[in-house]
Design a protein around this ligand. Structure first.
Ligand code: ZN
Length: 202
């Protein structure tokens, strides 16, 4: 295994039948790995795309079943959301270890629920705000200057409830130059599975 520092590209709100395959193609071309925080019902609806994500060496993580802030749900409702979601993801062959709750919003009990399900909550260090519809060039210009080793970068391969764009084309266009920028600063784009593994061994 290479020991270069890592940066972790992540994609939320998919899988999407059009945009996820395009992002996978760009990742493959860039020889980059990433983590996909899946919306469980979408993973069930598009099992072949979910499998392709894993076959390409990327990580499937858990985003949600219902895309609702924990602060707007009870602890029991979130437990049910996780239980249902993990069951759905297992049906398509995924066993997530990482969890990014909707909007990155945590309730006081979110960490406890994560522990109960053996999940590790993962938020982000660098936000492309790609849901706004900015150009790839603008997003790269915004995140590149502060990008550093160990960062987790937030992007979207689907159109979640907060999206104000009608497609993910600019995220597709961002993948290659962002991966190149990571390598410019001596980092490999990789999945969070590697980070956790390395952390466990350290
Ligand atoms: Zn989301």
């Amino acid at each position: 295994m290479r020991r270069d520092p890592r940066i972790f590209p992540t994609f939320d709100d998919g899988p999407h039948p059009l945009w996820t395959p395009k992002i996978l193609s760009e990742l493959r071309r860039a020889d980059a790995k990433a983590t996909f925080f899946a919306v469980a019902p979408l993973a069930l609806r598009y099992p072949e795309i979910t499998r392709r994500i894993m076959d390409d060496g990327h990580e499937i993580a858990f985003h949600c079943t219902r895309h609702i802030r924990h602060t707007e749900m009870t602890e029991e409702e979130v437990e049910e959301d996780v239980e249902t979601g993990l069951r759905s993801l297992r049906k398509v062959g995924a066993s997530p270890r990482m969890w990014r709750p909707p909007w990155g919003m945590l309730a006081p009990w979110s960490e406890r629920v994560a522990d109960d399900f053996g999940l590790e909550i993962s938020l982000w260090d660098s936000d492309t705000r790609d849901w706004r519809g900015d150009s790839a060039e603008a997003m790269l210009g915004a995140v590149a200057p502060s990008l550093s080793a160990g960062d987790t970068v937030l992007m979207h391969d689907g159109l979640g409830p907060g999206a104000t764009r009608d497609g993910c084309e600019e995220t597709v266009r961002l993948v290659a130059p962002l991966a190149a920028r990571m390598r410019d600063i001596g980092c490999e784009p990789d999945s969070l599975a590697v980070k956790e593994h390395r952390g466990a061994r350290a």
